[in-house]
Design a protein around this ligand. Structure first.
Ligand SMILES: Nc1ncnc2c1ncn2[C@@H]1O[C@H](COP(=O)(O)OP(=O)(O)OP(=O)(O)O)[C@@H](O)[C@H]1O
Length: 592
């Protein structure tokens, strides 16, 4: 029950519905006890003495009891359903809020399919149990207690003899619970592996098809599907064994009652009506024992699901605000970014950055160059406080970014990532994503600066064009330009371009950069690029190698210095003077 104790904040606020649902179920159950007694009266007072004038009154009593019971059961369902849906609503929102608060570190290893199955199947299992399972388990105990109490009041010796197999029944039910719980946990895990496979396959369908790996993906899916099937079969096996054993034990009870009860009737110790009432009361006890299997099933499923939801809800948030963080005053921010001897490694990895110092004064353009995996993007991630650093310090206008409110820090930074992500909504909404109240003029202005306006206007629906999931339907360069417009509209103090123009042609890149220089005057910009042409105008270029800054300076200075920058320059230009000429021509065209 620890899982449900931890989930208490989600359902306890709805305790009125919970109590109402349980109370109506108890009343319906108590009313159910009237049946055997009506039966007893019918046999002992009407049928045996042949006083048939009581039949209409008794029939009406039965109709009244049935109607009332139906009404009570409706109210139980109504309040239970309301409770379940409200709890599910709260849990869903809490999980989603948690997903928003979890840091990059969590998402480095998280699986989308697994998270989706937690938010859907697991949440549904918990909803079901809280809505009805709770009340039904409680009701099960009540039925047993009420039934046994009435049986004892009729004939306690007969009750003891009849219920002799009950402890075995309880033992079987509890043993079943022990076995079925891990089976259900495995089943949920297998389901989550299955959804992960589907999700990855759909997301990466282009890669799968281009490598003609459909059959490999199908094999992967069938293996996971087989694991799920195996789990289901194992659980069915448990169910299959459980039912006959329970039926056998229940039948033994009925046989004992018929033999012992029949003997007592013959001897005249109890009346026939009492014996019949006793018999129906026995089912009043056996039925919940049967249902115990379903209820335990329901309980174990929801417990396993609750564990998975709590795992998510209790997930440690690595990057969070300190107590009373500093909120940046937008009008006073200058954008002076400094890295002081920063060393950083991702979990269980060698340092991605070692002793890095950067001094980006307000308005400066810092270029970063280096081989793949040399640490350039890590600089950006740390500046956004995607990860916490343990060695060194990063400051914005002299204040350690760890003391700043994360929201306020990130609201000053606009990043265009290496991989462009667009939402499946209109181009207009994609550009306006980062800010609340935005006019169409602002959107168009940002799109013009990002050199996206012309191609957007050529689309049949213009800014209202809905882009497919992850920007499908647009070219890589078009997506990048929309992402740049999205960053520019934010009017940030710090602009980060992480290989943001790699997919646009050289002329467009120069045009975009010319737009930047106008817009970014007085703001700090970090540009990561593999093309020297993207960096040559930077105020300072940092050259990274294996997490170290191995060279720094301006383009003119670095091309003369022997080192990786000059090597890159030579590869890109020296043996292809035509490229340099084309670039100069492009720059000139942009300048005109
Ligand atoms: N999220 C992550 N989790 C673990 N390791 C990471 C993560 N991101 C990057 N790394 C590792 O850190 C090192 C630096 O990576 P980084 O992304 O900063 O390189 P980069 O210079 O930007 O490379 P590229 O030009 O290819 O984008 C690499 O060894 C990389 O494998």
């Amino acid at each position: 029950m620890d899982v449900f104790r931890q989930l208490k904040p989600f359902y306890w606020v709805e305790r009125r519905s919970l109590i109402a649902s349980i109370a109506f179920l108890i009343c319906a159950t108590a009313l159910g006890l009237v049946y055997p007694n009506l039966l007893r009266v019918l046999i002992d007072k009407v049928i045996v003495p042949k006083t048939f004038e009581w039949v209409p009154a008794l029939s009406l009593a039965v109709v009244g009891v049935v109607s009332l019971k139906g009404g009570l059961q409706f109210l139980h369902g109504f309040f239970g359903g309301r409770l379940g849906n409200r709890v599910a609503f709260r849990l869903r929102n809490a999980c989603y809020t948690k997903l928003q608060s979890l840091s990059f570190q969590y998402y480095d290893t998280a699986k989308t399919g697994d998270l989706m199955s937690r938010l859907t199947a697991d949440l549904e299992a918990v909803r079901n149990f809280i809505a009805f399972g709770f009340a039904q388990i409680f009701n099960m105990f009540l039925m047993i207690i009420f039934g046994a109490a009435m049986m004892f009041s009729i004939h306690w010796q007969l009750t003891l003899i009849t219920l002799v197999t009950m402890p075995v029944l309880v033992f079987v039910a509890l043993r079943f619970e022990k076995l079925i719980h891990p089976a259900f946990r495995e089943m949920r895990q297998a389901m989550s592996h299955l959804t992960t496979a589907v999700q990855e396959n759909i997301t990466g369908v282009r890669t799968v098809k281009s490598f003609a790996r459909e059959s490999f993906e199908m094999d992967k899916f069938s293996t996971r599907s087989a694991a799920y099937k195996q789990n289901q079969i194992a659980a069915s096996g448990l169910w299959g064994r459980f039912f006959p054993v329970m039926e056998l034990l229940a039948s033994v009870c009925a046989v004992i009652l018929l033999v012992a009860g029949g003997t007592l009737v013959i001897r005249g110790s109890i009346t026939l009506g009492e014996m019949v009432a006793f018999f129906s009361m026995l089912w009043y006890i056996i039925n919940p024992m049967w249902a115990m299997g379903f209820l335990i099933n329901n309980y174990t499923q929801s417990k396993a699901s609750g564990e998975r939801l709590l795992e998510l809800l209790n997930e440690y948030v690595h990057v969070k605000d300190v107590e009373s963080p500093t909120i940046l005053d937008e009008s006073k921010i200058e954008g002076h970014v400094q890295f002081h001897n920063v060393t950083f490694n991702y979990a269980d990895k060698a340092p991605a950055l070692t002793n890095v110092d950067i001094d980006a004064k307000p308005g400066m353009v810092i270029g970063m160059l280096g081989g793949t995996g040399s640490g350039k993007s890590t600089v950006i991630q740390l500046l956004m406080r995607a990860y916490n650093i343990k060695t060194g310090k990063i400051t914005l206008d002299g204040e350690d970014i760890r003391n700043l409110s994360i929201e306020s820090l990130r609201s000053q930074i606009a990043t265009v990532f290496q991989e462009t992500f667009l939402f499946s909504c209109s181009i207009r909404d994609n550009i306006a994503y980062a800010i609340k109240d935005v006019t169409m003029d602002q959107i168009i202005e940002a799109a013009k600066l990002a050199k996206a306006h012309d191609f957007i206007m050529e689309l049949p629906e213009g800014y209202d064009t809905i882009v497919g999931e992850r920007g499908m339907g647009l070219s890589g360069g078009q997506k990048q330009r929309i992402a740049i417009a999205r960053a520019l509209i934010k009017n940030p103090r710090i602009l980060i371009l992480d290989d943001a123009t790699s997919a646009v042609d050289m002329e467009t890149e120069h045009e975009i950069q010319a737009g930047f220089s106008e817009l970014m005057a007085g703001r700090t910009t970090f540009i990561i690029a593999h093309r020297i042409s993207s960096l040559r105008h930077a105020d300072e270029i940092l050259v990274f190698d294996n997490g170290h800054v191995v060279q720094r300076g301006k383009h003119e200075q670095l091309v003369k210095e022997a080192g990786p920058y000059q090597d890159t320059y030579n590869i890109q230009y020296a043996d292809r003077p035509s490229v340099a000429t084309a670039e100069l021509a492009a720059e000139r065209r942009v300048a005109q």
